[in-house]
Design a protein around this ligand. Structure first.
Ligand code: SF4
Ligand code: SF4
Length: 161
């Protein structure tokens, strides 16, 4: 039952990383993709991101050029000032937030730039994209702190039985 799936999810996810890894390695991409839209919606109906915000608290999205242009305009800052104030370059050469939690995470876990947020935030946690299969290390990492990713993986595995 869904109620049981989400109980102690973080502990269960930690224990089941190996199983997830095996599942992702063997999974048939088309079979997974067919199930994702419903599972994605189901997961978001069961998990309230505003009660969680683990992603915004612990990890930064990439701020790509179009994100920087859009957001700096929205907050009425020059791009260079925006970069200076909020961003740094990470080891992969991408702009990311210069502090965590994300500087745009407000009280009650609301995003202060929600409508303009970076595309990475918009897409996260990629549970309705083939990224879930294509970038397995990322999916595994996400399943350890994101209950939505955990839920979708558990359901996919349950559906193989
Ligand atoms: S970690 Fe997952 S469940 Fe938590 S706020 Fe982010 S997307 Fe939502
Ligand atoms: S920009 Fe908004 S949605 Fe993205 S990490 Fe920051 S607070 Fe979260």
């Amino acid at each position: 039952m869904a109620r049981d799936i989400l109980q102690n999810w973080q502990k269960k996810s930690g224990e089941r990383q190996k199983l997830y890894k095996q599942y992702l390695q063997r999974a048939d991409k088309n079979t997974v993709l067919k199930q994702l839209p419903d599972l994605h919606e189901e997961a978001f109906s069961k998990v309230d991101c505003l009660q969680c915000a683990n992603c915004c608290k612990n990890y930064s999205p990439r701020f790509k050029t179009p994100d920087i242009k859009r957001i700096s305009k929205h907050v009425k800052m020059r791009e260079s000032d925006f970069i200076e104030a909020y961003l740094k370059v990470d080891e992969e050469g991408d702009y990311v937030a210069n502090s965590l939690p994300c500087p745009f995470l407000g009280p009650d876990n609301y995003c202060r730039i929600y409508d303009q947020r970076p595309s990475d935030c918009h897409r996260f946690p990629y549970t309705d994209e083939d990224v879930i299969i294509k970038r397995q290390a990322l999916t595994l990492k996400n399943s350890s702190f994101c209950p939505i990713t955990y839920y979708v993986l558990e359901k996919l595995i349950e559906n193989t039985k």
